[in-house]
Design a protein around this ligand. Structure first.
Ligand SMILES: C[S@@+](CC[C@H](N)C(=O)[O-])C[C@H]1O[C@@H](n2cnc3c(N)ncnc32)[C@H](O)[C@@H]1O
Length: 198
């Protein structure tokens, strides 16, 4: 997409553009419970998650990871699921109702404004494939991640795709990481990083 076309995008047009994600990046959603395509990201964050903690699945899609995160924090923890696609958030809400996950809170919202989450509340922000999918306002999403993280918290950032399929190029990726303390990863080719505030 040209730079001018990207500048013309609004949150509303972005929301329409993201609606196909309810089918998941891995393939039709119904396949995922049977074939586990991408467990690496959850394996990286697992050792950091304790029961009772607060996690945000930012750009959660239809919730493939959200339910795993909810199992890890347990019933006294909490998972905020945030996605701009209403089809994705509706799908999670219907799964919550079936499986009685009272500690998952779903928000149909842009990651660029998550004002429903208080400052410095969150132990882990899990943003798997989010930033590369945002055509606009990635800087605001990064600021929001910093705002909600506890001083002792972590953020897992990954790029599902790089240009021309994704929006974050190598220069921007390194710029994003410079704003944090890099804990692990960070290589643009590997497309993931575990970061903290301090
Ligand atoms: C590559 S998918 C990743 C989904 C999920 N994290 C996973 O790993 O299965 C990117 C997700 O980001 C969402 N997204 C794109 N732009 C967004 C925005 N501005 N705010 C919140 N979510 C957004 C899309 O709707 C989509 O669900």
């Amino acid at each position: 997409m040209s730079k001018q076309k990207i500048q013309d995008l609004t949150r509303d047009s972005e929301a329409k553009r993201t609606d196909h994600w309810w089918q998941s990046k891995r393939g039709p959603a119904f396949i995922d419970p049977f074939i586990h395509f991408d467990e690496k990201s959850i394996e990286i964050v697992k050792p950091l998650i304790n029961r009772g903690q607060i996690v945000v699945d930012l750009g959660c899609g239809w919730g493939y990871y959200a339910f795993k995160l909810a199992d890890l924090v347990g019933p006294y923890g909490k998972v905020y699921c945030v996605d701009l696609s209403e089809k994705c958030t509706q799908k999670i809400i219907s799964r919550i109702q079936k499986r009685k996950f009272d500690h998952i809170e779903v928000h149909n919202s842009t990651a660029a404004d998550i004002n429903f989450i208080p400052d410095s509340l969150v132990d882990l922000v899990f943003a798997n494939g989010l930033l590369c999918s945002m055509a606009i306002e990635r800087d605001l999403a990064v600021s929001e991640i910093k705002r909600v993280l506890k001083a002792t918290g972590y953020a897992y950032l990954s790029l599902g795709a790089v240009p021309p399929m994704g929006y974050v190029d190598e220069e921007e990726w390194h710029g994003i990481l410079q704003g944090f303390n890099l804990v692990e990863g960070g290589n643009f080719k590997e497309k993931w990083a575990l970061v903290s505030l301090s």
